[in-house]
Write a protein that binds this ligand. Sequence first.
Ligand SMILES: [Zn+2]
Length: 163
Amino acid sequence: MNGLNGETAFLVKDVLVGKYDGRAVGESRNGHVTVTVRMEWLTRQDEYETIAHELVRRPLDFAIMTHRGADTAMFEHMVDYARGFDPARVQELARLAAYHLPSMKAGCVHQSGVNKAPCPVTGYRWGSAWLVEPLPDGFLERVKAVFADVRFKPGQRYDGPMA
Ligand SMILES: [Zn+2]
């Protein structure tokens, strides 16, 4: 199974996580939160440049979407949990969500969001390419662990080949 940019490593679609307090996120009523997670080994290029200007092969990409797009704020306002989820697992999901789209970094480690001057080391210009932030060791296993006790419907989960 291939995505747009690489080989699928892990995919879960529209998994029910539970209910969140709608008023806490500016909505009039509580709502169900569903999550889609896609992880791919990127293979469109032979090598990818990291935010530290190293070249890596087959970096792991990660995207997490809820029913409100990339907004995962409702993870902080859960009032009920679907089967397979609990507060610890949703907190872990919120921590993992901070790594959303690690292959689309506009700046390197020598640049900050405020100072967009060219990199003093390589001259890299802010936003002139997508840099990759390597995910922490064990990231894929952490993601899988969050969903370990979910009962999936047919076609809702896909585990790709190992790296
Ligand atoms: Zn740099």
